[in-house]
Design a protein around this ligand. Structure first.
Ligand SMILES: Nc1ncnc2c1ncn2[C@@H]1O[C@H](COP(=O)(O)OP(=O)(O)OP(=O)(O)O)[C@@H](O)[C@H]1O
Ligand SMILES: [Mg+2]
Length: 208
């Protein structure tokens, strides 16, 4: 799906090469500050590498329209973005930004159920806990059904048990719709149990 060839970024990344396959759950791990979020941001052109080339479905990324790319490869940021308003409004807003019509209430409820968020659609999103907000953001991206999910530590605020349960359910559902997942995670359990391909990003300069 994505191929990174000798990607460097200032002093942060040094000649990273990796292939992120279609319909596969790829996990990226590594120490804090190693450049994991930076790599995800390359994939939807929020950042441009200083050296090297990235291909999306064998096309150089620079030849692909950013808006179209972001429709296909949707990013879940490391800090979940929650808008003023209800849970329902927060779920619908992803589709709205993508220029699509609203989803039906049962679709929204199924998405909340998928991420084990037992809240009513009318509740204020702002009142949710940090881990609940993360799950709301996950449900929002799921409803959008993108081709590629770019997930930056989507469940970092959950307890380990809930984290694995939620990700298991989420990834199973994504697989059923033939989605591709590229996920940054701090959790060894998640990458070892649920990652089909695992990549480790080293801290640059380590050992020098
Ligand atoms: N635009 C930028 N210009 C210069 N340095 C940057 C830029 N963006 C990020 N950095 C630096 O690059 C390094 C890698 O950042 P990044 O957010 O990719 O790390 P990470 O591996 O995701 O870390 P964490 O696990 O803490 O989220 C950090 O030291 C950060 O301060
Ligand atoms: Mg990060």
């Amino acid at each position: 799906m994505f191929r990174l060839e000798n990607i460097s970024y200032y002093e942060i990344l040094d000649s990273v090469t990796m292939e992120l396959k279609k319909n596969v759950v790829s996990c990226i791990t590594g120490p804090s500050g190693a450049g994991k979020s930076t790599i995800l941001k390359f994939l939807n052109k929020m950042l441009i590498p200083t050296e090297g080339e990235i291909f999306y479905q064998d096309q150089p990324l620079q030849s692909i329209d950013s808006i179209e790319l972001r429709r296909q490869a949707v990013m879940l940021q490391q800090a979940p973005v929650i808008f003023d308003g209800s849970i329902e409004e927060n779920l619908q807003i992803g589709l709205k930004f993508a220029g699509e019509g609203p989803a039906q209430r049962n679709v929204l409820k199924d998405a909340l159920d998928l991420v084990l968020l037992e809240k009513s659609l009318n509740e204020e999103a702002d009142k949710l806990s940090g881990g609940e907000k993360q799950r709301l953001a996950l449900a929002r991206i799921f409803i959008m059904k993108p081709k590629v999910y770019l997930l930056d530590e989507p469940t970092s605020a959950l307890d380990p048990e809930t984290e694995i349960q939620v990700m298991k359910r989420f990834l199973k559902a994504v697989k059923e719709q033939n989605g591709t997942v590229i996920m940054v995670t701090h959790s060894k359990t998640i990458s070892e149990k649920l990652g089909e391909e695992n990549f480790y990003i080293e801290q640059k300069g380590k050992g020098r």
